[in-house]
Design a protein. Structure first.
Length: 148
């Protein structure tokens, strides 16, 4: 009779341990924020923004963006700045992502179509004087999104 009491007590202890173990394993640990920027995108954005801020030739092209005495000069300055910026982004583009860039003369530039995915953006304001001595502000924006 005493043996049955020990066995029932052991069964109860084992049941409690199993319930605690099941509760511990089925309870979620951390809830990941789906809006958080992936590390590869954040790294690429930081690289592009740092390059835009520190590369003197690129800064000069951005400052002189859309500046010229005639239409051919203006188009050449736009093309040079855009191609240099896109080359930097292309060199650092994470696999499985696409990008778009814009050099804006106003802070309200948007260049993306509607996408059914998360879009990650980063921008920087570049200020300086053009080659003609005129003070200007330029906004450089970079968008990344996952390819479908």
């Amino acid at each position: 009779m005493v043996k049955r009491g020990y066995i029932r007590t052991l069964e109860a202890v084992i049941a409690i341990i199993l319930i605690l173990f099941a509760t511990y394993t089925l309870t979620p640990r951390d809830i990941i924020n789906p809006r958080e920027t992936p590390y590869v995108i954040e790294s690429a954005q930081d690289y592009v923004i740092t390059e835009v801020m520190n590369n003197k030739d690129l800064r000069e092209q951005i400052i002189n963006y859309d500046i010229g005495s005639d239409e051919a000069e203006r188009q050449a300055s736009i093309l040079a700045a855009n191609s240099s910026l896109q080359e930097i982004v292309t060199n650092r583009l994470p696999p499985g992502y696409e990008f778009s860039t814009a050099i804006c003369t106003t802070p309200t530039c948007v260049s993306l179509p509607s996408l059914a995915t998360s879009v990650y953006t980063k921008d920087v304001i570049i200020a300086g004087e053009t080659s003609q001595g005129k003070p200007v502000l330029r906004l450089v924006r970079v968008w990344f999104w996952r390819t479908s």
